[in-house]
Structure formats: structure tokens, C-alpha cells
Design a protein around this ligand. Sequence first.
Ligand code: ZN
Length: 156
Amino acid sequence: MKKNDRKIEGYIVWIECQHCNEKFPAFTFSGDIDQVTEGLGALSCMTDPEIIISELTASEWNSMPPEVGIKKFVQRVSNLLDRDDLILPVIASYEHSETDDANFQEFLKKYKPSMPVYKCIKCGRESGRVIRTISPSDFKAEGGAIQLVGKLSLKT
Ligand SMILES: [Zn+2]
């Protein structure tokens, strides 16, 4: 880990589309403060368990609407690596666990944090549910690859 590298941390979620059954990994950034993840993007390979993480440029990051900046970012990193199989998995919405318990204690027992619903990288439907969450090192141990583009180091 180089001293001047930007330290990033996060985990891998495996997503399964409930429409077409496609499975794909996505990197989720984590950190103590939101700013840690600002300007970072994680791409997934459309065919292999592979994650590519890089930084957005200021103009990509500030693009409005954000989809335009994401598109530019994906294009730039793809050109840099001479790839045409990269995509940035997008969270379409968050699903809240529902409970009809009137009792607050029961509610707390059953409460789960809201789960992201991803747009499927294959069929495009908003049907991608998280089926597993694993650490980057477990992802690699299972044959996954993580590539960092730029001055980045991944905490393991
Ligand atoms: Zn799908």
C-alpha cells in the first residue's frame, strides 16, 4: 500500500436478477464518512467476476444529470483499458423491510436495514437483489479479480 494512495474500503455484493437470473458482482464503498466515496466509481465486468475501481474526474463527478457523468466515466476507463465489457451497476431503489407489528419491540427485532435493488446488467430491469455480501479478499479467493486504476489502495 503506497503512502500517497487514496485508501478505499468496501465490500462485494453478489446480485441476482429475479427476472432473467443473471448473477453479477458489484463493489460497494464503505467508510466512516460519506466523503470517502465521493468521486469513486466501481465497474463490473459483464461476463466475468471482475471489479474495476477508479476515480471520476471533476467534470464527470459534477455532470448533470449524474447518468451523463457515469456514462463518460465508463467510456473513459473502458478506453484506457481497451475494454468493451464494463458496466457500472446502478442501484435503482431501496427496498424497505415491512412489518405490520404494532409492538415497537417486535418491530426492532424484525427490522432490517433497507436493501438496495439493482438494475440488472443483462436485461436492464430493476430486479437485481443482493444474494450475498463478501469481503474483497473472499471475492478474490473465490476467483474474482479487483483492479484499481489510478492512485488507489484497497483496504483488505
Ligand atoms: Zn436481468
